[in-house]
Design a protein around this ligand. Sequence first.
Ligand SMILES: C[S@@+](CC[C@H](N)C(=O)[O-])C[C@H]1O[C@@H](n2cnc3c(N)ncnc32)[C@H](O)[C@@H]1O
Length: 288
Amino acid sequence: MVDELRTGPPGTAGPRAGDAVGEVPRVGYALGEAPRVGDAFGELMRAALAERAGRGPRPTYAGRVPRPVIEIVERDDGFINGVPAARYLAGPAEWYDWERRALDRCDGHVLDVGAGAGRVALALQDRGAQVTALDISPGTVEVAAQLGVRDTVCTTVDDHARSGRRYDTFAFFGNNLGLLESRQRAPVLLAALAAQARPGARIVAQGTDPYGTTDPAHLAYHQHNRDRGRLPGQLRIRSRYEGLATPWFDYLLCSVEELDQLVHDSPWRIGTVDAADAPIYVAELVLR
Ligand SMILES: C[S@@+](CC[C@H](N)C(=O)[O-])C[C@H]1O[C@@H](n2cnc3c(N)ncnc32)[C@H](O)[C@@H]1O
């Protein structure tokens, strides 16, 4: 069964001896206007850094007992899911096999899109690769830099296209094929990537086929989307952390057949698909 609101691999790291423990100022609280819209994902990453690496104050019960840092994802039908945030800081040894296989597909200068805390960028740096980590969350980019990612940019793919920089691989890990968002957004994002692609460039993107689910809540959501003229797996979600929420955004789960239709009129075509772990897959798109 596909867990539709799980947007990346599970974490396996827990608290370590010597972790800093103390009262943490509550994030984003303002009575009467909760949740406040802000960098919820960045604050989540700061807390995950404190939990995993002991840097900064970490959340506790009663100011004494370390509390697990959980990513909360809320869907617009009220469905809520939570997964440990430590996964965003895990090294390749803790990754899923499909992620390690996807890493092997990244070469040349890599743009890690929606890089999060930089686990993929760090793994590539360790291999001696040139990598730029791009994310829209300022707090997340700060955490990636603190963890050692040398080249970070806090911007959108669209704005970065104007930087004049060019890449050989665009990496979309942690289910980030979802950043295609919708039928309307996908061609715009694909064109922005093509504008900063070197000859022979590839997109290496992990996605999830939404039709693997048998969960009635997800099946009802698919139908609700069809009724609204949206792709069935077009999730409308936001991340929550304490008193903060990101703005609502679309995150697309699509089948390989739907992906093929989305890229049809773009500068990209599907090259290969690693579907050994279906319904999760890694698609490699190549320039036409
Ligand atoms: C599911 S996390 C994946 C993080 C990372 N790729 C990984 O696998 O650990 C999604 C990341 O994408 C970022 N993000 C969301 N929308 C974005 C956008 N439009 N442009 C760039 N980054 C975005 C979020 O801030 C978050 O860090």
